[in-house]
Design a protein around this ligand. Structure first.
Ligand code: DON
Length: 560
């Protein structure tokens, strides 16, 4: 980073090694990935192992019943691929499926029913990534997760607390209650052993037979039986039709660095490039990292990007998304001209831009770099904590409630308070709009750092601030992740700030017209790896307990 990796001017230091790095929300999962690297696996091999391990250890977000996005940078070809394994609406999904008899959106239906689930993409996504880029046998990579589920994991304080909090919701369904509570009734304590026997069998089938077991075989039968019992829409045809989509990553430039990020159905990548383009018109570094001027500028930029998101973003395979216009220099310049550094602009006065006609609390992120310089940046999710709260009987895993990321009814916000338009209406086979945005920043054509975050609507603001902290403020990746975060999403018209921003700054912001709300934590969690000055670096967000960056334990492994 600009000020050097291990510098006495830094308050926090990244984990460093000469042999690669895995940064994940859980240390045991990161360790499993690091072991794959140590045995000669590449970043994609490690990503597969970490993805399945998190499904066992962090069941509120790690998953096989959800979906996500993965960026893979292949060092040999120099190419970066975006793997879209987002859930898709089942083939029987219809536009008004979440409206009640009076035509009102029913959040219970879109969030906590069998109809809340899109067709899961995780198993297909990890399988495809491995098929294209993997080096080690598939079974070797899934096996550690199957064994953890079979032999039991030690319940962390974090898992015990999360399960205790979720008891009412998970125990609405007998199956989920029996899977996640001792004797189907009692919360686990910190230190207990938690066995997931059905999940172990499911993972063993996936280890032995690959993705077909999930989409066409025994596991598919169980998913369909669960759906039929609970009134859900995922049928055999929808499962068999599921395909991960290989996309061209979205690219932008910021102060000489190349930003490579996720295209639609992510909205985060488009928003990141759009916001960085606007910020280039301002002397961000001079404003100072935590100054009221800087926070004000961030709030105004976020307000503009989230407004555009609400109108223009959706699955571009179904609805034309004006990406080129949104990330154009001209549009950024026009938007920059609307920002008043002295006054907050009421969100009511901000309407999403008018595009010219087109020509043409749960998610988890991990980042991995291997000794050859291959990079994976992966965000996947069940959507809300523990997804729909509904488990597949006999198969041991929770289903997502990603369908709530669609617009149930125009003008009605989703669980994150996000609004949307026609572009994000429910349609059979379509993918709901996401904020997830695995990102890799390149310097002189080489990957410099890879990052991403959970946090629902706060993913976009969190990743933006991380990038700005490193590029504009010269922070190393550990200082950048510890820095207090702020958030604005256009509507509701309010500026949330973590307590570290300080009351003096908050007062100055209020004087400019912001409604400031101080919150303990933004509950996002960037997991970052970097390559700098001959070292592989990792920085795991302290906002998530048990997150860790782990280096493979090998000797004599040098990148060159
Ligand atoms: O795809 C999305 O944008 C959401 N389903 C992500 C949910 C999330 O990040 C929850 N995490 N804390």
């Amino acid at each position: 980073m600009a000020q050097g990796i291990i510098s006495y001017r830094s308050v926090h230091h990244p984990v460093y090694s000469k042999t690669g790095m895995v940064a994940a929300q859980n240390g045991t999962a990161a360790q499993i990935g690091a072991q794959v690297l140590a045995e000669g696996g590449n970043a994609v091999d490690a990503a597969v192992a970490v993805g399945f391990a998190l499904a066992v250890i962090v069941p509120r977000a790690g998953n096989i019943g959800g979906g996500g996005f993965m960026l893979v940078h292949d060092a040999e070809s120099g190419e970066t691929t975006a793997i879209d394994y987002r859930e898709t609406a089942p083939l029987k999904a219809t536009r008004d499926m979440y409206l009640d008899a009076d035509g009102n959106a029913d959040p219970q239906l879109s969030r906590f029913s069998h109809k809340a689930s899109g067709v899961p993409g995780t198993v297909a996504g990890l399988y495809e990534a491995h098929k294209r880029f993997g080096r080690m046998p598939w079974k070797r990579l899934v096996q550690p997760a199957a064994e953890l589920a079979r032999d039991g994991i030690i319940v962390s304080k974090d898992l015990a607390t999360m399960l205790d909090n979720a008891r009412e919701r998970l125990c609405r369904q007998k199956t989920a209650c029996e899977y996640f509570y001792r004797d189907g009734a009692y919360a686990y304590d910190f230190g207990d052993i938690f066995f997931q026997t059905d999940l172990a069998k499911t993972l063993q089938l996936i280890a032995n037979q690959g993705a077909d077991a999930f989409y066409r075989g025994e596991i598919a039968d169980k998913i369909v039986a669960e759906m039929e019992a609970g009134g859900g829409l995922i049928d055999h045809e929808s499962l068999a039709a599921y395909e991960p989509v290989m996309r061209k990553p979205l690219r932008g430039q910021y102060r000489g660095y190349e930003i490579v990020t996720m295209p639609p159905p992510s909205s985060g990548g488009v928003a990141l490039v759009q916001m960085l383009n606007i910020l280039e018109h301002f002397p961000v570094a001079e404003l100072g990292a935590g100054s009221a001027d800087k926070v004000h500028l961030l709030a105004e930029v976020l307000r503009l990007a989230y407004a555009d998101r609400s109108k223009h973003l959706g699955d571009a395979d179904f609805h034309p998304v004006p990406v080129d216009w949104l990330i154009s220099e001209d549009y950024a310049q026009a938007l920059a001209g609307t920002i008043d550094m002295e006054r907050a602009r009421p969100s009511a006065d901000v309407v999403p831009g008018k595009a010219p006609p087109l020509e043409s609390m749960e998610t988890t992120h991990y980042s991995i770099i291997d000794v050859d310089g291959n990079v994976v940046s992966n965000t996947y999710t069940l959507n809300l904590t523990f997804g729909s709260g509904i488990a597949v009987a006999g198969a041991g895993f929770l289903l997502n409630n990603e369908m709530d990321d669609f617009v149930s009814k125009p003008g009605v916000p989703n669980a994150y308070g996000l609004l949307g338009s026609e572009a994000n209406a429910v349609e059979a086979g379509k993918r709901p709009l996401s904020s997830m945005m695995p990102t890799i920043v390149f310097r002189d054509g080489e990957p410099w750092f890879a990052t991403g975050s959970p946090g629902g609507s706060r993913i976009i603001s969190t990743v933006l601030q991380f990038v700005v902290n490193v590029i504009d403020h010269g922070m190393n990746i550990a200082d950048a992740v510890h820095f207090p975060l702020v958030h604005h999403q256009w509507l509701p018209d309010r500026l949330s700030v973590e307590a570290g921003i300080g009351p003096d700054t908050a007062r100055l912001l209020e004087q400019r017209g912001h409604e400031v709300r101080v919150i303990g934590t933004m509950y996002s969690g960037t997991q970052t790896v970097a390559y700098d000055d001959g070292l592989f670096l990792g920085a795991s967000d302290p906002r998530r307990p048990n997150a860790a960056s782990v280096a493979p334990k090998t000797i004599n492994a040098h990148r060159d």
